[in-house]
Ligand binder design. Sequence first.
Ligand SMILES: [Zn+2]
Length: 327
Amino acid sequence: MIRQIIDVREPEEFSEGHVPGAISLPLGNVEGAIREGTIPRDRPLTVICARGGRAARAAVLLAEAGFDAVVAESHMDERDGALSDAALRYSRQMRLPGVGRAGQEKLKQARVVVVGAGGLGSPVALYLAAAGVGTITLIDGDRVEGSNLHRQILHDTASLGRPKVESGAERLLALNPESCVRAIPEMLTTTNAAALLTDHDLVIDGSDNFAARYAINDACILHRILWIHGSVHRMSGQLAVFAPGYACYRCLFPSPTEGVLGANCAEAGVLGGVVGILGSMLATEALKHLLGLGAPLVETLVTYDALRLETQRFRFGARVGCICSAT
Ligand SMILES: [Zn+2]
């Protein structure tokens, strides 16, 4: 289908010369025209101006109003290309109800910790960086090993032997140079958790052991930070969200449960795709929380069974005497 060209320059610029068939709609009039319904909706729109800056702003307004609108490709290499690039990069998520420019700005201001740059942390960090989360703190004390590569998609063969946070940060910045990635080459412990997690909006658990999860839990209670837990065992996984004022991880697991949930990937085996699905669920819950979309998954454990392709929900409540005192 032929695209309708919308020229958002001023009328005098338009009268000096324009693309045949283009509609003149100065940037300042775009919002009014959207309200009045005078912009054609029967075909996709291509927005142009002189150098790309105004077209980028107009394209965002139009996309938010539900139009299929893009900036003219000829603007991509021009002086205002950076703005055009940002508008284009996030255009498909900004047109979602409840996101828009305001939501994108929330993501840009957000400070998120990803504990573990492994199987779960990889998709989580990639999706957060791609979505435009402004600051991502990556915490992991391990180096990349050959046995990691079938599931830890932040790293590649050339990363073998390097600290995971270093290889991960490099990959995230290659994906989105706008992100600020803080690489902490340490394991999260009860000793350093409170200091490392403070001053963040959200923590995502991509660790593989109870000690790290208890450390996250206690530090998040202390700082009143919401955190999202995920874990995978063979062909199944689980996730839960722990928010201030609700039951915590210690309410759910008062002590480490050995066996099914206690064993890590190295001991029990795991399929890369299953980790990818759980990691994508964690990233989605994180973005929902940052954007204020949907309902938070508090006091609910969701399990995923890859063999049956089934999810189940289990409700749990606060435990009397727990350190969270959520009862
Ligand atoms: Zn508790």
